[in-house]
Design a protein around this ligand. Structure first.
Ligand code: FES
Ligand code: FES
Length: 210
């Protein structure tokens, strides 16, 4: 659904500006309903609210970081219906009825790190951490498309995200390790981590239905 379609189809809260004719205006608020990290959420937002601002300010999920706000750095990457997107380039109204995953939606029920997060920790794939949520979610989307990548493919897959600290070597190893773990367990890279079984094995987790 395009942003324009979403603007006209989503529910409008107010339309009381002088001269309003039923069309959604810039001062109106539109109800957006969606599933965020498996939980139904709703909020009234101005039609021009960026998805990144909606996530951080309306949903209060501040793990999504905003860097360039121009679609260049990848820091604001989230998963929309399992596909990585730059949330600074989308409008909140465009995600009405969709399924959104942010960095808060990856760790297991007891806080066990998702295999991609674990890879970043194990291989020092982060320093200041500003770019990390975007990298992790980009890696999840990438591994869902290419579960057995070589190093060149990982470099290509992660090329849309910028890091000013690490030099990328740790990130490369992190994604490589995560790919192996995810292949071994058969878990969906874009789903919340299912946690560990009693014997310490990483559980495969439920199908996400993506
Ligand atoms: S903040 Fe969205 S790509 Fe940089
Ligand atoms: S860890 Fe600092 S920008 Fe990547």
């Amino acid at each position: 659904m395009s942003a324009t379609d979403a603007t006209t189809s989503a529910r409008t809260a107010t339309s009381d500006r002088p001269g309003a004719s039923g069309a959604v205006g810039p001062y109106d608020r539109v109800e957006v309903e969606l599933t965020v990290n498996g939980v139904p959420r709703a909020a009234f937002v101005p039609p021009r609210r960026l998805l990144s601002d909606f996530i951080r300010h309306d949903l209060e999920l501040t793990g999504t970081h905003v860097g360039c706000e121009h679609g260049v750095c990848g820091a604001c990457t989230v998963l929309l219906d399992g596909q990585p997107i730059r949330s600074c380039l989308a409008l909140a109204v465009a995600v009405d009825g969709r399924e959104l995953t942010t960095i808060e939606g990856l760790a297991g029920p007891d806080g066990e790190l998702h295999p991609v997060q674990q890879g970043f920790q194990d291989h020092h794939g982060l320093q200041c951490g500003f770019c990390t949520p975007g990298f992790v979610l980009s890696a999840c989307g990438f591994l869902a498309e290419d579960p057995d990548p070589d190093e060149d493919t990982i470099r290509e897959g992660m090329a849309g995200n910028l890091c000013r600290c690490t030099g990328y070597a740790g990130i490369l190893q992190a994604v490589k390790q995560a790919a192996g773990v995810l292949r071994e367990t058969g878990a969906d890279p874009c789903a919340r981590h299912a946690g560990r079984a009693a014997d310490g094995a990483v559980a495969a987790g439920p199908e996400s239905g993506r």
